[in-house]
Design a protein around this ligand. Structure first.
Ligand code: GLV
Ligand code: MN
Ligand code: MN
Length: 413
């Protein structure tokens, strides 16, 4: 069976998708359920319909496009990723897995391949935490790891609830209906850019992901005392921002001091109130992201952070209230799927490395309900979540070919 990936079509479609954006190219911003996101979804559903796939959407907008196998009742083989993009990011994060997944299916169709299990492309809603503060919304709901009460409790920066926003976007029904039935997927494989430099540095074109690191994020509310920037003397101050600055530095130190390269911590949000140059900050909202492939080591960083907050609060006379947004376990990828990816690479004579994913992905949550694994391709200098994110058309096509052959193996195994 000869499988031809149409590299030109795939490149063109990635560029077309990148044009659904709220900022000028090369940057991309495509926030979940924004007009651009909805237009991109319509465009994608049209491509799926043209490939004769059966398209359905669930109550949160996860979109499934199915090529029915000869045993339509058998658990399916899934592939896919996300198309939402964080503000001022690039065009490959997530999109390679969605359009690569579609191209893999089209290439298999054109090759004459007949799947026994159905093959299904899955577009996950809101992998990125931008709008609702929590990433992997769609896959958490599919896996049953997010309480459907999130419909009311998750709100965007305008104060609208997930329920209001998804309904306005055309997605109806109870969130509880998103949960997948047990045994829905026999296997799930996600193609993604590495988002790190290892493959490129080693000159290896493919990565078979064996584990996904454990993400945690928290919101830290700091209440100090405001006042006049000229008149309040330094010994009398309770500056909320200075407490926040100490927390961010302590978090950096916590990650650096584990001795493990897999420990990372980032303070990416710092909102200062009242945000005036001649007023002492009275309140700060910090948001921090802490990850490790070793969940216990990650949790030790979290304990250290809590202790540091207590100490800073006492010393500075401010109130510090940390609150977890999420605290997820890591995932182990399914050895059978990793072996299938490895076998496909070997059959083609393609070099590959087994590696961990330090970024999180919807596969983290899919792994809770079905065998799941990921396939990585290199991206230039490991750059991601930035406008100059780049993967070459050749690298994307090679990953897509390996994906197609892996899907074929899994569908007929
Ligand atoms: C996904 O975008 C992540 O932050 O790992
Ligand atoms: Mn991302
Ligand atoms: Mn992604």
């Amino acid at each position: 069976m000869k499988i031809d990936i149409d590299q030109n079509r795939l490149t063109r479609e990635l560029n077309e998708l990148a044009a659904f954006s709220d900022v000028p190219a090369p940057a991309v911003s495509r926030i979940v359920f924004s007009d651009q996101d909805l237009r991109a979804r319509a465009w994608l559903k049209d491509l799926c319909a043209k490939a004769n796939l059966d398209v359905r959407e669930d109550a949160v907008g996860n979109t499934f496009a199915r090529w029915h196998g000869s045993e339509p009742a058998a658990p399916a083989v899934g592939t896919g990723s996300h198309i939402d993009a964080i503000p001022h990011s690039g065009r490959y994060d997530g999109t390679v897995g969605v359009l690569g997944g579609l191209e893999a299916i089209r290439a298999l169709q054109a090759s004459g391949f007949q799947p026994r299990r159905s093959l299904e492309l899955l577009l996950f809603t809101s992998e990125e935490p931008t709008r609702f503060g929590l990433g992997c919304l769609g896959s958490r709901l599919l896996a049953g790891t997010l309480d459907p009460a999130a419909d009311e409790t998750l709100r965007d920066s305008e104060g609208s609830s997930l329920q209001e926003i998804r309904t306005r976007a055309g997605f109806h029904g109870p969130l509880s209906s998103v949960l997948l039935t047990p045994g829905y997927y026999d296997a799930f494989v996600e193609l993604h850019i590495e988002q790190g430099p290892l493959l490129e540095n080693r000159g290896v074109p493919l990565g078979a992901v064996t584990a996904i690191a454990a993400p945690a994020s928290l919101r830290i509310d700091i209440q100090g005392q405001g006042g006049h920037a000229g008149a309040v003397l330094m010994p009398d101050r309770h500056d909320a921002f200075l407490a926040a600055a100490e927390i961010a530095l302590a978090l950096e130190q916590a990650a650096r001091s584990t001795g493990a390269i897999d420990s990372v911590a980032t303070t990416g949000v710092c909102d200062i109130f009242p945000r005036v140059i001649n007023g002492i900050p009275s309140r700060v909202n910090l948001e921090a992201d802490i990850r490790d492939i070793d969940a216990d080591r990650r949790d030790r960083m979290l304990v250290h952070l809590e202790q540091t907050c207590t100490e800073i609060a006492a010393r500075r006379g401010v109130t510090i209230t940390p609150e977890f947004i999420n605290r997820d376990a890591p995932a182990t990828c399914d050895p059978r799927i990793v072996s299938a990816i490895a076998a496909v690479c070997d059959e083609n004579g393609f070099r590959f490395d087994r590696m961990v994913s330090r970024a999180y992905h919807d596969s983290l949550f899919m792994s809770r309900i079905c065998p799941a694994a990921m396939l990585f391709i290199p991206c230039r200098a490991g750059v991601s979540h930035l406008p100059d994110e780049y993967s070459s058309p050749e690298a994307i096509a090679q990953g897509t070919l390996v994906l197609a052959q892996t899907l074929a193996k899994l569908a007929n195994s």
